[in-house]
Design a protein around this ligand. Sequence first.
Ligand code: C2E
Ligand code: MG
Ligand code: MG
Length: 488
Amino acid sequence: MYFRNYESLRKSVLLVAAAVLLVGGMFFLFDSRVPGFIAVILLLAGWEFERSRCSRAMYKIIYVDELTGLPNMEEMEVVIEDKIKREEAFFLAIFDIKNFKIINDLWGYEKGDRHLKFVGDTLKQFSDVFEFACRCENDNFAVILQNSSIAMGMDELHTLFDEIGYLPDNVNYHVRYSCGLVRHEGNYENAHAMFDCAKIAKSIAKQDTQNRIIVYDEKTKAEMIRRQTLKDNLLAGLDNDEFLVYLQPKYNLEDDSLAGAEALIRWNYKNERFLPPGEFVPVFEEDGSIGLVDQFVLAKVSEKFEEWQEMGYPLLPISVNVSRVQLTNRNLVKDIASAVSARKVPFEYIDLELTESAAFDDMNYLLKTMDDIKRVGFRLSMDDFGTGYYSLGLLQKMPLDILKLDKSFVDGYTDEGCEKERLMISDIINMAHHLGITVLAEGVETKLQRDMLKEAGCEIVQGYYYSKPIPIADYEKLLQQQVQENVG
Ligand code: C2E
Ligand code: MG
Ligand code: MG
């Protein structure tokens, strides 16, 4: 595109120059000097006009972003280099849209483009706030702030993110941003170095589902290197059997019998040290590669189920976590179903845990995915209930089997005097029961908590009071015990 336009401009400049020479030459040849001079002057003026029109067009091609009409990255670089040369202090912020892929995937590129244009138009309205703004590429934008303090700059950026925090034709869809901020005080040699550091900070800001601005410093750089190293080692880790599935048993409160387990991933990183999921799951959620981990867990659990059936062990449901970023995968239910059916496992023994999360805003799509999960026969649990923003009305529409009450509720019940905490838990349990949903309490660590939950009508518990997550072989011992008890 760029070269095509450039060529046509070059041709038109050459054409005008040739016409000038030709007409001027003819007048001189026929010895008609005065009109000849006038013609040449007119043609020169025309040429100059055409040349400046061309250079304006050329400027647009080189320095203006076609979709938004904002300056582009090249122009931003020129501005930054100039400021560095003049030894000015300033901030550079670059930001992008969290889960922009979701917007494109769900509603198409046209809607995505409309949002980018909306961001561009809003940035133009902020021209008195930001000294300079540009679209770098795709959904990446950059602004220069002239502020004296980080706090002021952050305030201005948050005001901008609030203004562009929804889709122009769907105000119910929340759009959030990841932003990296760097300050130049004579510490950067060129624009590229500033951009690199701002990008590092921005990539850390992606961990969060809310609007997030990260200021670049050495700690940020180290964190970025850590994350990148994990990403670089994921495939090798899967190939080398470094990933292990642990199972945390769940118990029925009515009689303390085993009610199944939750599958939780562990990474024996390079066979050197054990990494808990908190250290790598959010990293793989950034680029969607968590799907590989979830598929691995599902395949392992299905494989084990097949073995257990053959061994005559009691079949108790195992729950598997489905990362929220997988919810946009249109083939999610099909992929899960084919992984499980490869092992001839009855679907009702696989319980899929979805996290209550504020990041996924298209509730109709979420409800449809949940319905599909139930339709093909899996169980469905809502994980970490109470940490997100689901309303009662929404819960009513969800085809849930189990509501997993988040650990933070149970944590609050430290002694018998915690009446408010007890009432809150009891109300949630009653509400779930009204909706026909079973309640499981996570993170139960004491007998006191267990007894209170039983009293409040909670059916299932999971927590260190009963058992930590254990290797599969240890869980199999619990299944064997059940067989022996049944025989006995
Ligand atoms: P989660 O799904 O809510 O899992 C429960 C977490 O609470 C587990 O942490 C478990 O070890 C911990 N836990 C259970 N009972 C207690 C207790 O009594 N006290 C305390 N302090 N902790 C308890 P874990 O294994 O570190 O997993 C953390 C989170 O990582 C999980 O939270 C889940 O969101 C994610 N995760 C784990 N495995 C997978 C996976 O295979 N795929 C995906 N997408 N996410 C996973
Ligand atoms: Mg879970
Ligand atoms: Mg949980």
